[in-house]
Unconditional design. Structure first.
Lengths: 260, 180
């Protein structure tokens, strides 16, 4: 996301400089910033309505019942989510709302699903595998009634405004299926804890477990800095003297205490 | 087709009322304190709305600048020869490129294409199917990941863009097969 964001902005400025669209680009930046806030504020009402209803549905056992309905399929797609977890139900509710083309309601339900998935997520700052798959399904659009498109076609005097429904469903099925497989496949190349690789090879077997854990969190926290040097210090510490390693152990305890 | 459209449109307008009555009704039958529980849940609505603002501003500003600068036109010009080789009409290319970035932008492009080429032309149909079968990926990712403060998206963007590409290609093939 970082690279994309920088890319979009830098390219925009460069192109604007060449084409003389600097004025428009500036205006677009300001207008978009305002529009973003309006969009978010506009969502609040619908958001509150659906979060309230979802809470009732959850207490009444409806969310769980919905999840049970499609459990065999969902368990394959989201193996990390426990079978009776509310996340299953809220994801289904979001997908159902998307199918019916319910716009903001679908968004509200989707954000609720993200919260449920975040509760299951061990690395809160990174997207979990389930989140990626859920978003791939979501952005591939599972619409069965593209209402706006049909309306525009009708107003342009189409002979058959709704004739696109069949093709839309086929294209949507293809993209959703590809999205699910792509996310399940790609997740293998992007470990949830990006520092795993750095900490596995430098820890001798006689090292106690907790220390290995701190190393992970250390490198995890200083995200941008190079994890290598830190890992190297860890090895030399334990290698040179016992005192060093015990002091490292003490600091480990402190770090853990602060963390929790 | 017209009756099908009617039924589907009817389903759309009934969905929300039925869901509301169903949830509240079943909740009440199952002895849930519906009013209190509703308010408790609804409270979070404000927080979520406010929490996504910085993420939305970031992504919408970047996309807005990208569109206004004319960078999209360059991209279209660069990809045009490649796509016309497989028979993809160049006029519909902006549609494919703008769709993951901006919903309103894509709607504008689609409306324009339908009005210039006619809703029942190849381009008109292609634009309609592409609009209906894909989503504004960047917006959805920013809002959904932002709402739970996830910063590292890992493979999410790649998976979503692959899905988008598959959807756009499928749209082209289906329209080609159905209407030639």
């Amino acid at each position: 996301m970082n690279a994309v964001w920088v890319g979009l902005i830098v390219i925009a400025i460069l192109v604007a400089a060449f084409t003389g669209h600097m004025e428009e680009t500036t205006n677009a930046a300001m207008d978009s910033a305002g529009a973003a806030v309006e969009l978010a504020i506009g969502l609040i009402g619908v958001m509150a309505l659906w979060l309230g209803l979802m809470k009732i549905a959850e207490k009444a056992g409806l969310v769980q019942a919905l999840a049970r309905l499609l459990r065999p399929l969902l368990r394959r797609i989201f193996p990390e989510v426990p079978k009776d977890h509310p996340a299953m139900g809220s994801m289904l509710a979001n997908i159902a709302a998307n199918m019916l083309g319910l716009g903001n309601s679908a968004t509200a339900l989707g954000l609720r699903a993200m919260q449920d998935l975040q509760n299951l997520n061990k690395e809160k700052a990174s997207a979990s595998n389930s989140m990626a798959t859920f978003l791939a399904i979501n952005t591939s659009s599972v619409t069965i009634i593209p209402a706006t498109v049909i309306a525009i076609r009708a107003s342009a005097n189409s002979n058959s405004p709704a004739e696109i429904i069949g093709p839309v469903i086929v294209a949507t099925l293809v993209s959703t299926t590809v999205g699910i497989f792509a996310s399940r496949l790609l997740q293998r190349f992007v470990p949830a804890q990006g520092v795993d690789v750095a900490t596995t090879d430098d820890q001798p077997s006689d090292n106690p477990r907790p220390q290995a854990d701190t190393c992970t969190t250390n490198t995890g926290m200083s995200d941008s800095s190079n994890p290598r040097p830190q890992a190297d210090t860890g090895t030399s510490d334990t290698g040179t003297s016992d005192q060093d390693s015990s002091s490292a152990g003490r600091s480990t305890g402190k770090k853990n205490g602060e963390g929790r | 087709m017209d009756t099908l459209q009617g039924i589907l449109a009817e389903m759309g307008s009934w969905a929300i009322p039925v869901a509301i009555v169903g949830i509240v009704g079943i909740g009440a039958i199952r002895k849930v304190k519906v009013y209190e529980v509703f308010v408790e849940g609804a409270k979070e609505g404000f927080d979520v709305g406010v929490r996504i603002i910085p993420y939305l501003v970031a992504i919408l500003v970047a996309i807005g600048m990208f569109r206004a600068s004319g960078a999209l036109d360059f991209l279209v010009a660069a990809l045009d020869p490649l796509l016309s080789w497989v028979g993809y009409p160049g006029e519909a290319l902006p549609m494919a490129l703008i769709r993951p970035l901006s919903g309103s932008g894509a709607l504008g492009v689609m409306t324009e294409l339908i009005n210039t080429h006619g809703p029942d032309s190849f381009i008109g149909r292609l634009a309609s199917v592409m609009m209906g079968s894909t989503e504004t990926t960047f917006y959805v990712l920013a809002v959904y990941l932002g709402s739970v403060a996830v910063r590292r998206s890992r493979h999410t963007l790649a998976a979503c863009l692959i899905a988008d590409a598959a959807g756009l290609i499928a749209a082209f093939i289906v329209v080609k097969v159905v209407w030639g």
